[in-house]
Design a protein around this ligand. Structure first.
Ligand code: ADP
Length: 260
């Protein structure tokens, strides 16, 4: 648990630091972009113009990056409220179904009668979208993406409890793909900000750091199970809201929504 707390604090201060730097850096890039465009205008069609275009292009790319950084670091007003993860999963399902592409089969399986968790709906949508985008990138030639919800009891024998999570009732949200999978070295670093294995220009390394930040802030955990060549499963556990922590909830009745 100590290690987890340290990692969370480190991620939070990294986020603040990154946000501050991104803000100043963005202003510098705006100046560079401005002067590059003066040169381009003055020297239309000649060699200095094309050099200046290179400068402008690099500055624009830097500016895109800093915007993503700001989105990651920004402490937006977070409004946690009792939330049913089935609702979030179903809404995201409709959005993803349109954007994942024909070669990926999306299935959302929700467990009926799920108790609520305390979280910000926009943030949880962000979590699902980030995980789905990674799953898509891991399945360039197609595959299956499955999102499911369930209610689990974390008792003292549960792996999550042994890893430091308090015992009690949790809602489990799983996102699985049949993609490339991740070797151990990648799993170990995956939640670190700026860690990416994607070609430059395609990955920022902020997707999973954001997921990690949102889930831990909501009192939950996120774990990766992955096998190269087989696929990856992200398992998120979020604590059931106090009011519902002791209610009886039936665990049967699984509804399935198949995509494509
Ligand atoms: P980015 O997607 O910009 O690279 P992320 O933080 O979202 O940043 O992911 C970090 C890295 O973790 C990815 O570059 C990739 O190597 C690995 N990864 C994340 N999700 C998956 C997945 N579903 N399958 C395989 N590898 C993944």
């Amino acid at each position: 648990l100590e290690a987890r707390i340290q990692q969370t604090q480190r991620l939070e201060s990294l986020g603040q630091l990154a946000g501050g730097i991104a803000h100043d850096f963005n202003n510098l890039l705006a100046v560079i972009l401005n002067y590059a465009s003066f040169i381009i205008e003055d020297a239309a069609g000649t060699a200095p113009a094309s050099d200046a275009e290179q400068i402008a292009r690099a500055a624009r790319r830097g500016s895109d990056l800093t915007h993503q950084l700001l989105a990651f670091a920004r402490r937006e007003v977070i409004r946690p409220r009792p939330l049913n993860l089935n609702t979030v999963a179903t809404e995201v399902h409709q959005m993803l179904d349109r954007s994942l592409g024909e070669h990926i089969t999306l299935t959302v399986r929700t467990t009926a009668g799920l108790p609520s968790v305390m979280a910000d709906p926009g943030q949880l949508e962000q979590v699902l979208v980030n995980l789905a985008v990674n799953a898509r990138d891991a399945m360039p030639t197609g595959g299956r993406l499955t999102i499911d919800t369930a209610l689990v009891d974390v008792d003292p024998d549960h792996a999550a409890a042994r890893a430091g999570l308090s015992t009690g009732r949790y809602v489990r949200l799983r996102v699985s793909d049949t993609g490339s999978g991740m070797p151990k070295e990648v799993i170990d670093k995956a939640f670190e900000p700026f860690f990416t294995t994607k070609p430059s220009g395609q990955g920022t390394g902020l997707g999973l750091a954001t997921v990690y930040g949102i889930v831990t802030q909501a009192g939950g955990t996120v774990q990766i199970y992955s096998e190269p060549g087989i696929g990856t499963t992200f398992t998120i556990l979020l604590p059931v809201t106090d009011a519902e922590a002791h209610q009886h909830v039936p665990e049967e009745s699984v509804a399935e929504l198949a995509g494509h």
